[in-house]
Write a protein that binds this ligand. Structure first.
Ligand SMILES: Nc1ncnc2c1ncn2[C@@H]1O[C@H](COP(=O)(O)OP(=O)(O)O)[C@@H](O)[C@H]1O
Ligand SMILES: O=P(O)(O)OC[C@H]1O[C@](O)(COP(=O)(O)O)[C@@H](O)[C@@H]1O
Ligand SMILES: [Mg+2]
Length: 440
């Protein structure tokens, strides 16, 4: 259970410098729409959860609010900033880079901002990567494109070498835009920074297309990605309805968490089955998935199946999961396996079938952010700049229950966000699809 100490945010030192934003903050007070810097945001949000804590109000777990401070730690005129993007692509990376640069330069007056290229390898001399000077002119229109202008990579790099690069460039603030791996890498950087007695703030903007970072509402780019995924579900549905025994099968990203599969299914409301990593399913047998599908095809003439790539891995025989350069598991192909099993099963029962397989793969994450995500990215970037200028370190900025907050990195990587098989989202999926609670 998360407690008070897990939510403590680290700072580099007292804030003694007047913030250029201070004049705008005078009239602010805590309301439904903002939280002043002296206030805290409750972690729990039900009477029963708070009751179970059994502690006085001031000891309830609470989060530090994000947002601008009247006093800041860094002197903007003497502050150098670095930005890096790591891990897989996600819509909105360029929006975040743009937001950081514009906020730093226009509102705080920071003049020296560099981008490290291709993830953490951009810090390592052997790779020979140059750094990119990031000015408002350079970033102004980068949000029109997907991807990241800085490039990205997987694969672990030596934190000592990373901090050597920070020292060589006199960087005071490092913004890391990435997922759980990136945040773990950033924590190694913080340890090395401390070992050397340096005052470098490391602030993360969490990126995950799978939406698997915990304690946040939803990661940036998720809405865009799931909107893209609905196109494949729609296509699968059209194909399925247009052929006798039509089965549209769609495989979507989702290594450990099935959020994309769930939300894109709800958005289209066309699918009959959603299979996700969090809910194991039996394939064969009277109550297995294949028999259920057979009945549905016989009764309705067609069916649409959405499967997250990490679902049903126990059925992918003979393939030992591999690892990528960052140590992330590489799963066997559940989509192709399902396609084969569905055809075999329907053939074996003499059911005419036309199975159409869709794998939109990287197409859902390489697109530019939609307007909602763009606005969200910009606001996250603002929050990250405010946090860093106020000397916060080893934190990510996030939105939790609509409030912008600071979450310690250790907490952000302490577990993964999953679709709860007993939660509201999965219940909605069951209602939308009509599939049984369990197969098997
Ligand atoms: N446990 C870890 N400790 C330190 N660095 C890590 C760790 N896991 C991943 N990284 C580094 O963080 C970067 C991004 O990680 P990766 O898992 O590829 O993507 P993501 O950040 O999206 O999870 C890579 O350079 C990777 O080597
Ligand atoms: O082929 P790559 O670039 O390693 O990325 C593929 C994987 O990245 C993911 O999108 C997860 O990445 P993030 O959650 O870190 O964004 C998985 O769904 C997918 O399997
Ligand atoms: Mg990851």
């Amino acid at each position: 259970m998360v407690d008070h100490a897990d939510l403590a945010v680290r700072t580099l030192g007292p804030c003694r410098i007047d913030s250029p934003l201070a004049p705008r903050l005078g009239a602010r007070e805590t309301t439904q729409h903002s939280v002043v810097e002296e206030d805290r945001i409750l972690f729990d949000d039900t009477i029963s959860m708070i009751g179970q804590r059994g502690v006085p109000l001031d000891q309830l777990p609470s989060l530090e609010p994000g947002g601008p401070r009247k006093k800041i730690y860094f002197d903007p005129a003497k502050t150098r900033v670095g930005i890096v993007t790591c891990g897989g692509l996600c819509p909105g990376l360029n929006d975040v880079i743009r937001g950081l640069v514009l906020e730093l330069s226009r509102h705080y007056g920071v003049r020296r901002i560099v981008g490290f290229r291709n993830g953490y390898r951009g810090f390592i001399p052997e790779f020979g990567e140059d750094v990119l000077d990031l000015t408002p002119e350079v970033v102004m229109h980068i949000d029109d494109e997907g991807g990241t202008i800085l490039g990205t990579s997987r694969g672990k790099q030596d934190p000592e070498a990373i901090v050597d690069a920070l020292e060589r460039l006199n960087i005071n603030i490092l913004f890391v835009i990435g997922g759980d791996g990136t945040i773990r890498g950033a924590m190694d950087v913080v340890s090395e920074v401390e070992e050397r007695g340096l005052k470098v703030a490391v602030v993360g903007i969490p990126k995950t297309i799978d939406n698997d970072i915990p304690y946040i509402d939803q990661s940036f780019g998720f809405q865009t990605a799931m909107s893209e995924a609905t196109k494949s579900i729609h296509a699968a549905s059209v194909e399925a309805r247009s052929a006798p025994g039509g089965v549209g099968l769609v495989k979507l990203m989702g290594r450990h968490s099935g959020f994309i599969a769930c939300y894109s299914t709800l958005a289209k409301d066309d699918a009959d089955y959603v299979l996700i990593p969090e809910v194991p399913f039996a394939l064969g047998g009277e109550h297995g998935f294949l028999e259920n599908l057979r009945h549905r095809v016989e009764e309705r003439g067609h069916a649409v199946v959405v499967v997250a790539e990490g679902a049903g891995q126990e059925h992918v025989e003979g393939e030992e999961p591999g690892r990528d350069a960052s140590g992330n598991v590489r799963f066997g192909d559940i989509g192709r396996l399902l396609r084969r099993k569905i055809v075999e099963h329907l053939d074996a029962h003499g059911v005419e079938n036309n199975v159409r397989y869709f794998d939109p793969s990287y197409a859902i994450r390489s697109v530019p952010a939609n307007p909602y995500d763009s606005a969200y990215c910009l606001r996250l970037a603002h929050a990250a700049v405010h946090a860093a200028m106020a000397g916060r370190t080893e934190v990510i900025v996030a939105r939790r229950r609509r409030r912008f907050v600071h979450i310690p990195m250790a907490l952000a990587v302490s577990r993964r966000n999953h679709v709860d098989p007993l939660g509201d989202l999965w219940m909605s999926v069951l209602e939308a699809t009509g599939q049984p609670v369990r197969f098997g």
